[in-house]
Design a protein around this ligand. Sequence first.
Ligand code: PXP
Length: 277
Amino acid sequence: MWSADLPVRIMIMSGPKGPRSTKSSSQMPPLPHLRLGVNIDHVATVRNARGGTLPDPVRAARIAEAAGADGITAHLREDRRHIVDGDIETLVRELKLPLNFEMAATEEMVGIATRHRPHAACIVPEKREERTTEGGLDAAGQHNHLKPMVARLRDAGIRVSLFIEADPRQLEAAVTLGAPVVELHTGRYCELEGKAKAAELERLRKAASLCGRLGLECHAGHGLSYADVGPVAAIAQVRELNIGHFLVGEAIFVGLAEAIREMRRIMDAARTEGAAP
Ligand code: PXP
């Protein structure tokens, strides 16, 4: 079992092709494996642009599995703009990898999740008009709404995570709600530059460390690319990254398998060759 005492390794900022230079600290114990969840929503976005069945998100999931993904993530949005109900049904039936079902905290989604019983359900905030998930879930402010939903998902044997900002108040709320996992929103970190980016990374590090002390499993995701993933992958307490849009975009140029393999390589390098700042 990992803990907050594990060393936090810091990767020197990387270029578009990943880390340029790292210093390795041979005395450091190896960090636990960092899982890669591949989000296939935007394969469905392309499919839905024309209607019909191609490209098939389930085929993308199989390619991801062969290329080294540890899990598949799919978000069934209220408006079904990308993943649709039939995709979830097929993924649950045919996937060998664990499925992380991203869902809004609604009765409809809890019903779908408890019917299909995916390995995990990640509760995300959802606004119909947004382009993608903006900001984290207000787990603290929505306690009474979320508590029974988390309980029902857990009772169905689903591992529940909450997609939250790196804010101690939200982490403590996750504990109160009985969620064993949180996913830290990396969107802001990815968008920022310079000192503001470094400060946001520090906030993520502190939150990951607090996860260790609170007994929460820490995941992270949103907006990650080759250029941004290293420093997040080097945070010892982070056990899983969920990445989608960048990989599907990169797949246009190099193919999905190659895009995933490169992401995996950068993550593994950050894990094993992390460096002091
Ligand atoms: N994690 C969560 C909770 C998300 O909602 C998303 C986007 O669906 C991701 C990770 C993946 O983000 P991106 O597609 O920007 O890599």
